[in-house]
Design a binder for this molecule. Structure first.
Ligand SMILES: [Zn+2]
Length: 168
């Protein structure tokens, strides 16, 4: 199940890692990260449908072509990452409102049990999201602790960064 934190955290980290290579400003990544979570406001309308379909990408992609590549490129990536994460955790109504079919992918590699590779279209989202999605999962807390450890190390030892940079 993808928590709200995963929706923001995963694409932000990916973009941050490649910010220099992609020539995008880290402050834009942080400010625009709201778009990585935004599709879930359709919880108030038709969840995993209204803002969880392929058409949700049309406006940001149009903005990418016409207005600003950097800003709308980041927004498009955030929304696309949301859709992909949700396809793998219960499914989304990919072609809503044209079709109500749900695209889902369920893959699990398990210890001592048969692996699960299940993909396709169904009439509804999988049972796992019926009980509500978490905003911050227990696993997220562990990931945040790890991240805070690394950030603390970097902040407390700023000269480490200088050494790394000068070694290039
Ligand atoms: Zn969602």
């Amino acid at each position: 199940m993808s928590s709200s934190l995963n929706h923001a955290f995963i694409p932000v980290v990916i973009l941050m890692l490649f910010a220099t290579k992609l020539n995008i400003k880290p402050k834009y990544i942080l400010f625009l990260s709201i778009f990585a979570v935004l599709p879930d406001i359709d919880m108030l309308i038709v969840h995993r449908a209204t803002f969880h379909n392929i058409f949700t990408l049309l406006i940001p992609l149009l903005g990418y072509v016409i207005i600003n590549r950097q800003i709308f490129g980041i927004i498009s990536f955030f929304i696309l990452s949301h859709l992909i994460l949700d396809i793998y955790s219960g499914g989304i109504h990919l072609f809503y409102p044209i079709s109500n079919k749900v695209l889902y992918a369920w893959t699990e590699i398990r210890y001592g049990e048969p692996n699960v590779f299940n993909y396709g279209f169904s009439t509804d989202t999988l049972e796992i999201i019926k009980h509500g999605e978490s905003i911050i999962s227990s696993e997220n807390v562990a990931v945040m602790l790890l991240l805070l450890m690394i950030i603390s190390l970097i902040i407390l030892k700023p000269d480490n960064r200088n050494k790394m940079n000068s070694g290039e």
